[in-house]
Ligand binder design. Structure first.
Ligand code: FAS
Ligand code: PHB
Length: 395
């Protein structure tokens, strides 16, 4: 079998790339090692930057997003028993974010691919990338008991943090920049009305808490917890009690608790792999970089990479612009590092670190107060939170 682009992974990166390539008339096959049901069962991101929303419309999958997405013009920061609203639209010269779950994005993309008959292999095992640095790379895998080989022009490694793509690049050709945090996020999904009409990020000496949502009847909450915490050790009552203790009293009064539909722990870390390509293999999304979810950047960074790669490949196939191939890494990394820094900054600012001393605690409290009390501080937070426009690599 032969295709122009073999896409490894059917998460948001792989599906969105497949959809954009289709819109550009470029053939691609998606190879995913889990089932479609499993991919849809993962509860992950919730906030889309306006650039990501525009890209989803460009991909032709924005209809349900336009109907059900919640446009947010602000976020709230809880500190010292007080809620501080950050007017994102005012401090970012008119921009906003949209709350729409990653699960819904994935579902919209899957349904679109099925509707036009895009070829996808789910439940593929032993996926391997061969000769990525040659002029004729290929991918092999086992599907329904048979060995499959797909010859291609390019491979898009959209297989996340633990995929095969990055491992297919000789280690000596890569630089990996890592930073781990001594905690994770314990998340709960509940069929309850959100605590507020905007997201609340709360800093507290007992730990960070985040109040988010998926709709006006489905809420998503997180609390900072030890990295090795077992979600099964957390009853719903224990979770709601810990969350309430970390929020300002004015917010707690509006909290509606209920049974958890899902409870999971996500360890926090930052990681960037450079370069994001090797020969004809491109690393996309979480396969290339990981950010702590504090800045709501993971999914949006993935969308940014996909936007660049789709334009590079469209320029190559339709205008013969070979020079665009080497522009992928630098174009993506400029936006990646901005988001990695912001996610690191938000995480340090709002979480309590076990080893931090009194001096550090005072410095962080002062930095948060400066951020909340100054136009410059609010502007910096708002501009980074709403995100930078997607790059136009074709120039
Ligand atoms: P993904 O990991 O989503 O998708 C990769 C796909 O590749 C998966 O379907 C996987 O099954 C498949 N795959 C892996 N190995 C393979 C192989 N060898 N062969 C074939 N397929 C393979 N971001 C936020 O902004 N906010 C959040 O709250 C948030 N929470 C998160 C919680 C968790 C537990 C995790 C892991 C991530 C979270 N993220 C969050 C980040 C997340 O949203 C990612 O940024 C987003 O899923 C990136 O999408 P992809 O790059 O497609 O990677
Ligand atoms: C979410 O709704 O899952 C969410 C929202 C904002 C974040 C992280 C996660 O920063």
């Amino acid at each position: 079998m032969r295709t122009s682009v073999a896409i490894i992974g059917a998460g948001p990166s792989g599906l969105l790339l497949g959809q954009l390539l289709y819109r550009h008339g470029i053939d691609a096959v998606i190879i995913e090692h889990r089932s479609a049901e499993h991919v849809l069962s993962r509860i992950r991101a919730g906030v889309l930057e306006s650039g990501t929303v525009a890209l989803l419309h460009e991909a032709g999958v924005g209809e349900r997003l336009a109907r059900k997405g919640l446009v947010h013009h602000g976020i709230k920061i809880g500190d010292q028993n007080t809620l501080h609203r950050i007017d994102l639209t005012h401090y970012s010269q008119g921009r906003h974010v949209t709350v729409y779950g990653q699960t819904e994005v994935t579902r919209d993309l899957m349904e679109a691919r099925t509707a036009w008959g895009g070829m996808s292999f789910y439940d593929a095992s032993d996926v391997a990338i061969h000769e990525p640095d040659s002029a004729s790379p290929y991918v092999t895998f086992v599907h329904e008991g048979s060995e499959v080989r797909i010859d291609c022009d390019y491979v898009a490694g959209c297989d996340g943090a633990h995929g095969v793509s990055r491992r297919s690049i000789p280690a000596e050709r890569l630089s990996v920049f890592e930073h781990t945090y001594p905690f994770g996020w314990l998340g709960v999904l509940s069929e309850t009305p959100p605590i507020d009409d905007e997201l609340i990020y709360a800093r507290h000496e007992q730990g960070f808490a985040l109040c988010s949502m998926r709709s006006m009847t489905l809420s998503r909450y997180y609390i900072q917890a030890p990295r090795d915490e077992n979600p099964e050790d957390w009853s719903d009552d224990r979770f709601w009690s810990a969350l309430s203790a970390r929020l300002p009293e004015s917010a707690v009064r509006a909290l509606t608790t209920g049974p958890s539909l899902e409870k999971s722990l996500a360890p926090l870390r930052s990681s960037v792999t450079e370069p994001m390509q090797y020969g004809r293999l491109f690393l996309v999304g979480d396969a290339a970089h990981i950010v702590p979810p504090t800045g709501a950047k993971g999914l949006n960074l993935a969308a940014g990479d996909v936007s660049v790669l789709a334009r590079v490949l469209a320029g190559l196939y339709h205008q013969g612009r070979q020079e665009l191939l080497k522009a992928y890494t630098p174009t993506c990394l400029e936006r990646v590092w901005k988001s990695v820094r912001f996610s690191w900054w938000m995480t340090h600012l709002l979480h309590s670190f076990p080893e931090e001393d009194g001096f550090t605690r005072r410095i962080k409290a002062t930095e948060l107060k400066y951020t909340l009390d100054s136009v410059a501080g609010r502007t910096a937070l708002a501009e980074n939170y709403v995100g930078s426009p997607l790059a136009d690599v074709t120039g």
